[in-house]
Unconditional design. Sequence first.
Length: 257
Amino acid sequence: MNPLDILLWVAFPYAAAGVFIVGHLLRYRFDQFGWTSRSSQTYENKWLRWGSPMFHYGILMVFGGHIVGLFIPKPWLEFFGVTEHIYHLGATWLGSVAAVLTIAGLAILLIRRRLVARVKLVTTVMDKVMYLFLAGTIAFGTTATVLYQVLGAGYDYRGSISPWIRSLYAFQPDPALMSDVPFFFQLHVLSATMLFLLWPFTRLVHVFSAPLGYFVRPYIVYRSRDGHRGADSQKARRGWEKSELPRDTREKVGGRR
């Protein structure tokens, strides 16, 4: 183990984690108006309609696969009947589907930003940096998966990368675990770490502002529910309260009639 191993597999991950946490806290404290996805839907919607769902569904699948593969120890999965063979099949083929969706969606979004003039004009420098590391992380991970898991004999990253990550959040870092990890897996980890370091300064902060309450919120009333429109004959829906004019205003209106 040499100083470069300490730098790459101990110092860099902890520095990225610190910037990730503190950066989000500071940005939320001092830049809440900038806490946004910087949506460009108003500038162009046809390409976005295809690219955005493909990318987001794909990246959610990728994220879920990484949580299972990196943070859940192998004995725990085996306890629930998930053998090495079953895990390998699921990780390879489901991961391939997720990769195809993610790459196709990201490609559409990048082409859109390059070819649609109005979207290109609102693309910031940090957007370009973020897309560079995001695309690099996906490309390195996909390349490693294809070379070692699909075309090769397979690489058991749950015996090296997974314990290394768990050693970090247990504050007992073991950089030696990353010494013999294949090159493209190392690039994937390093580019992902850099992406986490940049995260608080990009549009990616919107991940922590997902409008989950939208699915359970009451309906928003935009039009009057006056009795002459037949609203009194309808059963009020959950979350709706009957809207009435103030008493003095009703008397005025009634007097004019």
